[in-house]
Design a protein around this ligand. Structure first.
Ligand code: FDA
Length: 310
């Protein structure tokens, strides 16, 4: 990862910078590019707009790294309210939910059990709304716990999904295990700052690993969710999927809200399943900094708006 991206990912964990960035008057319009809004109602409006256009969504109530049990319960309750609202929308799996277990208490002492206890009712509520949950993947220290929680949830809710990050050395093995188990797997490159002892740091190596993981998932018995904005990987997936006997409804593409919207609509118009990851809520800082880190041009845009208006 370039030095700038790495510094931004370090900044994503800084409380001081969080306050500074959050209070800058020009921040909001830039954040709005990536975040649907602060309230549940705003996320539902975006959901309707996207599903009306033939896209699907996965909704993320923003929040991560909670530091006490009460905050974890508030995350759970926000998702229960979301599941309830989705039930009313009757969109089925066209609108699913993505959760970060660190928002459910995973990093607290005894966090593995706390996160499982908090996420279980959300997965139950999703099933009652005829939809599913996908567990986002955070930094590498959380992978074992997250995959163990996934296994436990899948005993009753086999459609619960996971995310695997191609930059981690371990992910090919994890892909093999989940592909054989018939799981829904969202494949991403990975968005956290990881040491070179556990992850590829060269972009081309991450791309090559993505391709190896993709082939494993396409060959397996699960449901691959190809989450990338990379035009090359999208084209390769379109070429490879039929060779693995996969029809367009045997896998899906996923992209983030605010990134390559024209391409999202183009793929949907071609008959592909295209799901947009829609974050909402007030705790947008960590998510926003990861988006800046992915692309220097985003940072330049942000810096320009600070300079011209500040
Ligand atoms: P890459 O970074 O090479 O970008 C390819 C092209 O896409 C760029 O050239 C640019 O045109 C465009 N692009 C990419 N990022 C952009 C940005 N921020 N702003 C503007 N344009 C951009 N990660 C993780 O660690 N855990 C997770 O749970 C998830 N979940 C997740 C869900 C979904 C639906 C998606 C699409 C992504 C994630 N990610 C994630 C993030 C993922 O790991 C990765 O950081 C980003 O998707 C960027 O990588 P790309 O594959 O898009 O390629």
């Amino acid at each position: 990862m370039p030095v700038l991206g790495s510094a931004l990912l370090a900044a994503a964990r800084s409380d001081g910078l969080r306050r500074l960035v959050a209070s800058a008057p020009v921040t909001r319009p830039v954040v709005d590019r990536f975040v649907a809004g602060e309230e549940l109602a705003a996320s539902l409006a975006v959901t309707r707009e996207l599903t009306d256009r033939g896209l699907q969504v996965t909704l993320d109530h923003l929040g991560e790294h909670v530091t006490d049990a009460a905050q974890a319960l508030r995350s759970r309750d926000a998702y229960l309210a979301l599941a309830d609202a989705l039930r009313g929308e009757r969109l089925g799996t066209r609108a699913e939910m993505s959760v970060k277990l660190s928002a459910f208490g995973q990093a607290l002492p005894g966090g593995h059990d706390i996160a499982y206890r908090n996420v279980l009712p959300v997965v139950e509520a999703a099933a009652a709304a005829d939809t599913t949950v996908t567990l986002d993947m955070e930094d590498h220290t959380t992978v074992d716990s997250t995959l163990a929680i996934l296994d436990a949830l899948r005993e009753r809710f086999p459609h619960t999904g996971a995310v695997l990050q191609s930059y981690l050395f371990r992910s090919e093995e994890d892909c093999r295990a989940l592909a054989a188990a018939g799981a829904r797997v969202r494949l991403v490159k990975g968005a956290y700052r990881e040491p070179d002892t556990v992850a590829h740091t060269d972009r081309r190596a991450v791309d090559r690993a993505y391709l190896r993981c993709l082939k494993i998932l396409l060959a397996g018995s699960g449901y691959p969710m190809v989450a990338t904005h990379d035009p090359r990987l999208v084209a390769i997936t379109q070429a490879l999927a039929p060779r693995y006997g996969r029809a367009p409804d045997d896998y899906e593409f996923q992209m983030l809200y605010g990134i390559r919207g024209t391409e999202q609509r183009r793929l949907a118009a071609q008959g592909h399943r295209m799901r947009v990851y829609v974050p909402y809520g007030t705790d947008w800082y960590g998510y926003f900094m990861r988006r800046l880190a992915e692309r220097p041009a985003n940072l330049a845009f942000f810096a320009r708006s600070l300079a011209t208006r500040g």
